[in-house]
Design a protein around this ligand. Structure first.
Ligand code: 2IT
Length: 446
């Protein structure tokens, strides 16, 4: 890394202490940009990177609510409005006890480049709360969502900032959040995406992240003359993203043999298919945040406290959360013959583990490219809302497929142009960066 970039990273660390995930995300992106800065001195002269690592606005607020026992509860709410150079802030809300300012800043930073890659006009943002949905009743979840939106509503809008779901926020939560927004503003607008079918939601949005990841992986496999047909796939997580991945892998002739939760992983040699796919939804709605029940219901192995990366597979699709593949996991996957790792979650692989995959010469794609199908269909939901019209399943799915092919081509072509063919990390980082950086130059020092 150049002196300039090293200093930039050191400054980010000094200015943002106790935010290791944000440091990690910044370090990964800027490490790819050295070649770009050499060819484009105007980015340095105009302090584009210094601006990109500083959120345009951070909103942090108290979320008070009353639980079923009548006790007052206080959570912390956030919205990071990271960058609006190419469109309104756009990105999900995460409700999970691990949520901190640093986690959301890493996610918002990633979102800027991801949204740029989708080809749609969306800036980057992220938000959420340290609220833990685990063990909460439906009415507690509703009360929490209403209180969260009672503050958030004044900071968002269909042309300002359009949140969606992420971990802990699905169709149910988006419904409660939308209801409260509409009540407070007296306006029916497309202020959130991931809405229900009957009230402005897009077809395919629930499946989009997972479907998009599999379309992207299929493109990667094609570059090696391979496909999903007959492949064994390790998936982590069991939420919305994993659910979409499983369906599409099955459709393309592959077999998903693992799922995981915070409690461990299940190994299902027959594959997660048929009824078992719907059971994943039941598990999520149970608010238990555990996978073990799958093993009792379907009589398969459960490995408590372990990660699925020790199973022999051809393809790995991490679909749970950040930092779940460390170098030792990466080495285990390679040793067992894994040929392709595609990130469905945001930053599930540590920077050191990415290096292990790249040094081994196997296919590896970062989440900001591979999982962009979710936010891409959110962008299509915004387009449909603006037209006050809805496309068919086939129309949305075809657009999603086209977008994922486009992102794949951007990664491949950019990597080649900058002299590192096959490096999807560099391709995605540079591909996402240039459009945002040029738009910032066009718009002056703001
Ligand atoms: O990480 C992500 O891209 C999301 N959680 C989806 C964001 C969105 O606005 O649909």
């Amino acid at each position: 890394m150049s002196e300039y970039l090293k200093n930039l990273v050191a400054d980010v660390k000094a200015k943002n202490p106790s935010e290791p995930e944000f440091h990690q995300a910044v370090e990964e992106v800027v490490a790819s940009l050295e070649v770009v800065l050499e060819r484009h001195p105007e980015y340095m002269a105009n302090k584009i990177l210094e601006r990109l690592v500083e959120p345009e606005r951070v909103i942090m607020f108290r979320v008070p609510w009353v639980n079923d026992r009548g006790e007052v509860q206080i959570n912390r709410g956030f919205r990071i409005q990271m960058n609006s150079a190419i469109g309104p802030y756009k990105g999900g809300l995460r409700f999970h006890p691990s949520v901190t300012l640093g986690i959301l800043k890493f996610l918002a930073f990633e979102q800027v480049f991801k949204n740029s890659l989708t080809t749609l006009p969306m800036g980057g943002g992220k938000g959420g709360s340290d609220f833990d949905p685990k063990g909460k009743s439906d009415s507690e979840i509703m009360k929490f969502c209403q209180s969260f939106m009672t503050e958030l509503f004044r900071h968002i809008g269909p042309n300002t900032d359009v949140p969606a779901g992420d971990i802990g926020v699905g169709g149910r939560e988006i419904g409660y959040l939308f209801g409260q927004y509409k009540k407070l503003k007296n306006e029916f607008t497309g202020v959130l995406t991931g809405k229900g079918q009957n009230w402005g939601g897009s077809l395919i949005r629930p499946e989009a992240t997972g479907f998009g990841v599999v379309y992207f992986t299929e493109e990667m496999l094609k570059t090696k003359g391979s496909s999903f047909e007959g492949k064994r796939v390790a998936v982590s997580g069991f939420g919305n993203v994993a659910w979409g991945v499983v369906q599409k892998v099955n459709e393309l002739g592959g077999k998903v043999v693992t799922l995981s939760g915070p409690d461990g992983y299940i190994y299902d040699p027959d594959g997660v298919s048929g009824d078992k796919v719907n059971y994943m939804l039941t598990l999520r709605l149970s608010n238990k945040d555990a996978i073990e029940d799958y093993s009792t219901k379907y009589n398969v192995e459960f490995h408590a406290g372990k990660k699925p990366w020790e199973v022999k597979v051809d393809i790995a699709i991490p679909s749970a959360t950040q930092n779940e593949i460390y170098p030792e996991d990466a080495e285990m996957l390679i040793k067992n013959g894994c040929q392709c790792v595609c990130e469905a979650a945001n930053m599930p692989t540590t920077n050191e583990a990415v290096e292990v995959f790249q040094n081994a010469g196997i296919l590896f794609a970062p989440g900001k490219a591979a999982n962009a199908g979710g936010v891409a269909v959110s962008g299509l939901e915004m387009a449909q809302n603006s037209m006050r019209y809805g496309w068919t399943t086939e129309e949305v799915d075809n657009r999603l497929k086209m977008i994922m092919k486009d992102i794949h081509a951007t990664c491949v072509n950019t990597a080649e142009k900058y002299g590192v063919p096959g490096d999807y990390v560099l391709g995605a980082n540079i591909g996402g960066f240039i459009k945002v950086a040029d738009s910032m130059l066009d718009q002056g020092v703001v």
